[in-house]
Design a protein around this ligand. Structure first.
Ligand code: ZN
Ligand code: ZN
Length: 373
C-alpha cells in the first residue's frame, strides 16, 4: 500500500511539474501582440476639385466651434479634422459672448486660435482668426472673419459688436439665415448692416441645412455665398463622411494664402458645396463645371445615320447630374465623382446641358451650351 501510495504521489508530482512547467513556458513565451491592421498613420483623404482658369481652388470651412464656446473639442483637433478631410483653410469661430457655462475656459476669446495655430502650421492648413457674434432674433448670428483681436469685438449691442469687428478689417458673414425664417420678410437689422457696408457674406448652407431662397437674396445684395459645417462635436459624429464630402466653400483664389482667400471672398469668387448640391454665381458655377467635366470627341459608329457616342469624364470629386437637351445628345445622367460615361450622339454641334444639381439662382439650375463634335 505504501509503495502504491508513493507511486501515486510520484505520478501526481510529475503531473503538477508538467503543469507548472507549461505555465512557466507560456509565461516566458507569450508577449503582447499588436494587431497591426488596427493601427494606421493619419491619412489625408484628398478632395479633388480642379483649379479654375488662373485661380487656385481652395476648399474652406469658415464656421466651427470648440470647447471655448459650446463645442466639445480642443481647438487643434479642428485642424487635424480639416487636414484629414482634405481642406485647405478653416476659421474657428467660437461664440464671442462669455455667456456660456464654461467656468474653466472663460477669458481670452483669442484662445482657440492661439491653441490651434501650431497645428495649422504643422499640417499646412490656413487658419483664419474669427468669432461668432451671437444674438437672439431678430438679430441673428454673424461670423467675423480675419479678426486681429477677438476680445475687442465683444459688446452688449450687436450693431456695435459688428462695427468693432469691421473696424479691425473683418469680413462679416450672416450665419444660418434660416433661423430668421419666422421673420423672413423683416430684415431690418440686416438692412441696417447692408446700408453701412457691414455685411459681406451669407451662408447658403450650414451643416446639413440648405437655404436655396438665400441665393437670390445674396445676388440682390451683392454678398459672397458661403457654405460651412458649424461643427460642435467631432466631425465623425456629426457628418456622414462615408456618403458625402464635408460641407465647404470653394474659394477661387489668386494664391494659396490667407490674403488670397480674403481677396477672393471680397470679390465673391466662391461656390458652395453641400452634399451633392452646388450653389453660386452663374459665372463661377459654370467655370467650375467646365473645369470638372470634359466632353470628348464624338466616335461615329454609323456614318449614314450620323450616329455615334461621346465620352463624358468627371475628373473631380463633385457628382454632376446632367440633363442633355439635344439635339446632338439627350437624356438624364449622373456623372459620379472621378468617373466617365459614354453617351449616344446623333450628328454634331451645339447641345444644351442643364446641370440639375447646380443652382445659380433660387429655383434655377445652371444651363450651358456645349459644342459636341
Ligand atoms: Zn450660430
Ligand atoms: Zn456657430
Amino acid at each position: 500500500m505504501k509503495r502504491r501510495f508513493s507511486k501515486q504521489t510520484f505520478t501526481m508530482g510529475i503531473f503538477l511539474f508538467l503543469i507548472l512547467f507549461s505555465v512557466k513556458i507560456s509565461a516566458e513565451n507569450v508577449s503582447p501582440v499588436t494587431i497591426t491592421q488596427l493601427e494606421r498613420p493619419i491619412i489625408r483623404y484628398e478632395v479633388i476639385v480642379p483649379d479654375v482658369g488662373e485661380f487656385v481652388t481652395l476648399k474652406c470651412d469658415f464656421h466651427m466651434h470648440t470647447v471655448f464656446s459650446d463645442g466639445y473639442v480642443w481647438p487643434d483637433l479642428r485642424v487635424i479634422e480639416a487636414w484629414v478631410t482634405g481642406l485647405d483653410a478653416i476659421a474657428i469661430t467660437d461664440h464671442i459672448e462669455n455667456d456660456r457655462d464654461r467656468p474653466f475656459l472663460s477669458g481670452d476669446d483669442n484662445s482657440s486660435y492661439e491653441l490651434a495655430k501650431g497645428a495649422a502650421e504643422r499640417y499646412g492648413i490656413i487658419l483664419i482668426k474669427g468669432g461668432e457674434i451671437t444674438r437672439e432674433q431678430p438679430y441673428g448670428h454673424y461670423n467675423a472673419l480675419f479678426l486681429k483681436d477677438v476680445n475687442l469685438v465683444d459688446n452688449e449691442d450687436p450693431f456695435t459688436a459688428i462695427e468693432n469687428a469691421v473696424k479691425q478689417g473683418a469680413f462679416i458673414q450672416w450665419n444660418h439665415p434660416d433661423w430668421n425664417s419666422a421673420t423672413r420678410n423683416q430684415f431690418e437689422f440686416q438692412k441696417k448692416l447692408l446700408e453701412k457696408g457691414y455685411l459681406h457674406g451669407v451662408e447658403i448652407s450650414n451643416r446639413a441645412n440648405w437655404y436655396p431662397y438665400v441665393i437670390d437674396w445674396a445676388l440682390e445684395n451683392n454678398l459672397t455665398m458661403m457654405g460651412n459645417s458649424d461643427l460642435h462635436g467631432i466631425i465623425m459624429g456629426e457628418l456622414q463622411l462615408d456618403k458625402f464630402q464635408r460641407p465647404m466653400t470653394l474659394v477661387f483664389a489668386k494664391e494659396k494664402t490667407e490674403q488670397g482667400i480674403r481677396e477672393a471672398l471680397d470679390n465673391k469668387r466662391t461656390v458652395v458645396w453641400l452634399a451633392d448640391l452646388i450653389n453660386g454665381r452663374e459665372e463661377w458655377v459654370s467655370k467650375l463645371f467646365l473645369s470638372c467635366v470634359r466632353f470628348g470627341k464624338i466616335q461615329v459608329s454609323n456614318p449614314e445615320k450620323k450616329e455615334g457616342q461621346i465620352r463624358l469624364e468627371n475628373i473631380s470629386d463633385i457628382p454632376w447630374s446632367l440633363r442633355l437637351m439635344g439635339p446632338v445628345a439627350q437624356g438624364t445622367y449622373r456623372l459620379e465623382p472621378r468617373s466617365s460615361m459614354l453617351v449616344r450622339t446623333r450628328g454634331q454641334g451645339n447641345t444644351k446641358v442643364i446641370v440639375t444639381n447646380a443652382w445659380v439662382k433660387t429655383g434655377t439650375n445652371l444651363q450651358i451650351e456645349v459644342n459636341l463634335e
